[in-house]
Design a binder for this molecule. Structure first.
Ligand code: HEC
Length: 191
């Protein structure tokens, strides 16, 4: 009897040891996610501006379409996190949302439909299995974005449109205006 009790106590102790779930600190997770999103955006936009200065939007587009993914991947590896961009109006098929990203996109779209301004949509962090998932809206935050995401014939010149049609046959990512919701940063790391 005594032995049984001791075993039960030990089992309880072990169980509590193997599950040292730290309480989820949402504010800290949001801060970390925002830092990573900001650093990644700066890298992408610095390189994009360099490529635009050299080859105009069509040149930058050639650069962008081959380099955005590896750059984001290598930043991911350095930080030990998975960094992704996704959208409800996709350009690159590899940015397609998974089920959880789709859920957050739908929430954001519902907020926008109810009249929320894109700039007021807050970031979000939540526990997803053994990971933390972080989401933050990406806005069309400067006129430069419109050279490749604006209205064809107006901001998007014909050379750029032709290249977009060739490289991204299913492209849904034009027709935006400055201030529009463009998509989400989706960043995940192990708890
Ligand atoms: C020179 C053209 C160009 C400019 C300028 C540009 N983009 Fe893009 N954008 C692209 C291309 C090309 C892709 C697809 C990249 C890939 O294949 O990974 C893309 C993808 C994206 C994605 C990922 C989602 C998706 O649909 O695949 C987001 C978000 C995005 N752009 C936002 C922006 C924002 C915000 C700006 C302005 C700060 C901007 N882009 C400026 C060409 C451009």
């Amino acid at each position: 009897m005594r032995h049984l009790f001791a075993t039960a106590a030990l089992t309880a102790l072990l169980a509590s040891c193997t599950a040292p779930e730290a309480p989820f600190d949402e504010a800290a997770a949001i801060q970390r996610g925002q830092g990573i999103a900001k650093a990644t955006f700066q890298q992408l936009s610095t390189r994009l501006q360099g490529a635009m200065a050299e080859g105009g939007p069509p040149g930058a587009l050639g650069y962008c379409s081959v380099a955005a993914l590896p750059l984001v991947d290598s930043l991911s590896a350095v930080q030990g996190v998975r960094i992704k961009r996704t959208s409800d109006r996709l350009r690159a098929p590899h940015d397609a949302p998974d089920a959880d990203e789709r859920r957050r996109l739908d929430q954001v779209l519902a907020m926008l439909a109810e009249g929320a301004k894109p700039i007021d949509i807050p970031p979000q962090a939540l526990v997803l299995g053994d990971s933390i998932a972080f989401y933050q809206p990406i806005l069309i935050n400067m006129p430069n974005c419109l050279k490749c995401h604006g209205t064809p014939g107006l901001e998007v010149d014909s050379a750029t449109s032709a290249m977009l049609a060739r490289k991204y046959p299913g492209d849904k990512a034009t027709g935006y205006a400055v201030g529009d919701f463009r998509g989400l940063w989706s960043i995940r790391w192990k708890r």
